[in-house]
Design a protein around this ligand. Structure first.
Ligand code: AHR
Length: 662
């Protein structure tokens, strides 16, 4: 057959293209995995989570309290509350301050009713109150009746003021002693933006404090506990550690507003509230109603870590306030109370029940030690002033607990003069761990996947304590963890895993954000008042932490580490306990990649395995409340031929291949 010349040339081009495509498909890249040879151990706690009360992560988030400003201690004592009545009477409601008598919780509310007029106290909750149909709600209050006679009707109302739950509460007795009493009722409808109100009936005089409402489905059904859906998302990740309570809130804007763990344990009405540092931090995202009530305090953090099988990793203030704020430092000769807090915390976590702080732990219901192994001294502190203070902490703590590991700060950035000063000095001082933080564009993550390949192999290990891809703000979804960010994180994480002898712990940050109240984004998990979902980053983190393995084995392309060749990034581990070879490989290119994995060694691999695939051709793809699994792992079976495995990696995909062995 003869073709006219234009047709000929079109056909020629088509054949050439087809040949190029098929020949590309027919010539797979050969990636070699050396299955038998362990090149590094993976720490059992390698992949953890970073928790900070930012973005309404604790109050208004995982701490399931539904009432905002329950103890009237916000700067504006009635913030979150409003009053509804048909006739106002002077002195009917008073905020009373008794700070001489009760410095931790000075204010309470006095309600005096001389007539049986309509009088209702309404709480708006944190961005509304999430109410679920059929759920039990547990109300509690501290009160004293100076003149009995008031009965309280407890109401949940939807935004149209329709009652969607109702209970009642009759105070008992009279006198000057405070009592705590509770009452429960069931909601009749679901609504994410309900309000709670107390309708006061009758006449009398009553003082009220700690007005509280919790859902009946808290984590492990603990009274006044945590939101179960949020904890479950964490538990599902099986994190190796949980770092808490931050973040910058450890430092505080000034020393008076630093996080002090001793103020966060014991009866909740004695935990002195603090303004949340994120309340005022960003003028463009003000959060005037953001406070720390410490209902989630240090005991609860330890308990949470224990519940989900994670090591606890507390970070303590080192005598320095946030250097982006006041930069206030404690005088060196006045550092003792700060150091003592660290020593006491170790005793609180691990001490015998006959010690002062071990006894307190036992009194709180946990006689067994929490087995704390490490703590951070300072968050993102830097400069010679940090080194001076850290030296004092280190000397004292190591003298008493020589094997206890200390995490040291390297400041806010993973490079530059501040980083270099600390990195050099801390290594000279044989620091246990240096905490590196990076919030950088996707590009930086890809370029830095080999960052640790040439790091010093000595006693100082790296803790990547905070990291996240911060995409260009102009990119749609950059604030909500799009797939591009998560894929770049996954790519860098293969470099952390390959260097597990150096990088021994890592945690994405921050963890939680409330969709109506965030200050910082992106974040790993987004919540509203009723629901929560994991972002693509959540699934990347989960794939790493649930497939961490025990031993790193080498994986190479043309005898080189796989750090970006044709957009590929890879690492491989053996799990000697589960008896699995695990290959993690990210494809950052927009093409399918056909790979022959050459699995060398004597280890007897089985012929069938699985591949968990996270993929989207749309790099701007997000997960959402409506579509929480838009980017989530899909698992399929794979077959080996002898010691060879062929797989086609989708464009823009992250893949976890698992092959069992005998
Ligand atoms: O993760 C958010 C903030 O980022 C942390 O509080 C701080 O340590 C870092 O600057």
């Amino acid at each position: 057959m003869r073709f006219h010349s234009p047709i000929k040339s079109v056909l020629f081009t088509c054949f050439t293209l087809l040949f190029a495509i098929t020949s590309n498909a027919q010539t797979p890249k050969v990636i070699k995995v050396n299955v038998d040879q362990s090149i590094a151990k993976v720490q059992p706690n390698m992949w953890g989570v970073f928790f900070e009360d930012i973005n309404f992560g604790a109050d208004g988030g995982i701490y399931a309290e539904l009432i905002k400003n329950r103890s009237f201690e916000f700067a504006k004592p009635l913030m979150g509350w409003s009053i509804s009545r048909n006739r106002s009477q002077e002195g009917e409601i008073l905020v009373v301050n008794r700070k001489e008598e009760n410095a931790a919780n000075p204010r309470y509310l006095q309600v005096k009713k001389a007539t049986d007029n309509f009088f209702e106290l309404v709480n708006e909750g944190f961005k509304g109150i999430g109410v679920k149909k059929g759920m039990r709600y547990d109300f509690s209050v501290m009160y004293r009746q100076l003149q009995p006679g008031i009965k309280m009707v407890l109401l949940l109302k939807d935004p149209d003021k329709k009652v969607i739950g109702q209970g009642s509460f009759t105070p008992e007795g009279s006198g000057s002693e405070w009592k705590k009493q509770s009452a429960s009722f069931v909601a009749t409808e679901t609504n994410a933006k309900a309000k709670f109100s107390i309708l006061f009936q009758g006449k009398g005089n009553i003082d009220l404090d700690m007005i509280s409402l919790f859902p009946g489905d808290t984590w492990k059904n603990r009274k006044q506990g945590l939101r179960a859906d949020m904890v479950q998302l964490l538990a599902d990740m099986k994190p190796g550690f949980i770092r808490f309570p931050g973040g910058c809130i450890v430092e505080g804007t000034d020393l008076a507003n630093r996080y002090q763990w001793k103020n966060t344990i014991g009866p909740i009405e004695e935990r002195k509230l603090l303004i949340n540092r994120w309340n005022t931090e960003f003028a463009h995202r003000p959060a005037p109603d953001y406070y720390q009530t410490f209902g989630l305090g240090f005991f609860e953090y330890f308990q949470l870590a224990e519940d989900i099988g994670s090591d606890a990793l507390p970070i303590l203030n080192c005598g320095m306030a946030c250097q982006f704020n006041t930069g206030e430092v404690a005088a060196l000769d006045e550092l003792d109370p700060y150091v003592q807090d660290a020593l006491d915390l170790i005793e609180f976590a691990n001490g015998d029940i006959n010690t002062k702080w071990g006894k307190k732990r036992a009194e709180l219901g946990h006689p067994k030690p929490f087995n704390l192994k490490m703590m951070g001294v300072g968050n993102e502190n830097w400069g010679p002033q940090y080194l001076e203070r850290l030296a004092i902490f280190t000397k004292v703590i190591k003298a008493k607990y020589p094997d206890f590991k200390l995490i040291n700060s390297s400041g806010t950035d993973p490079e530059g003069d501040r980083f270099n000063l600390l990195n050099t000095s801390l290594r000279e001082n044989k620091a246990d761990f240096i905490d590196e933080h990076y919030y950088r564009p996707a590009d930086w993550f890809l370029k830095n996947a080999g960052r640790y390949d040439n790091y010093p192999r000595n006693e100082t290990k790296v803790f990547v304590g905070e990291y996240a891809v911060h995409a260009d703000k102009k990119v749609i979804g950059s604030d909500r963890n799009n797939w591009q960010s998560a894929l770049a994180s996954a790519s860098l994480m293969t470099g952390l895993e390959r260097n597990a002898d150096v990088v021994q712990m890592a945690s994405y940050a921050p963890l939680f954000a409330h969709i109506d109240g965030w200050q910082w984004a992106p974040d790993m998990i987004w919540v509203d008042n009723l629901q929560s979902y994991g972002t693509p980053d959540y699934y990347v983190q989960k794939l790493f932490s649930t497939n961490k393995g025990t031993d790193v084995v080498s994986i190479t392309l043309d005898e080189k580490n796989i750090i970006g060749q044709d957009g590929l990034f890879a690492s491989s581990v053996l799990d000697k306990g589960k008896k699995e070879l695990i290959i993690k490989i990210a494809n950052n290119s927009d093409q399918n990649q056909n790979i022959d994995f050459d699995l060398n060694g004597k280890t007897k691999l089985k012929s069938k395995g699985t591949i968990d695939e996270l993929a989207s051709i749309n790099l701007n793809q997000l997960n959402s409340f409506e579509n929480p699994g838009a980017v989530s792992p899909k698992t399929s079976a794979i077959n080996l031929k002898g010691k060879k495995l062929n797989a086609t990696l989708k464009p823009f995909s992250f893949n976890v291949i698992k092959i069992p062995f005998n």
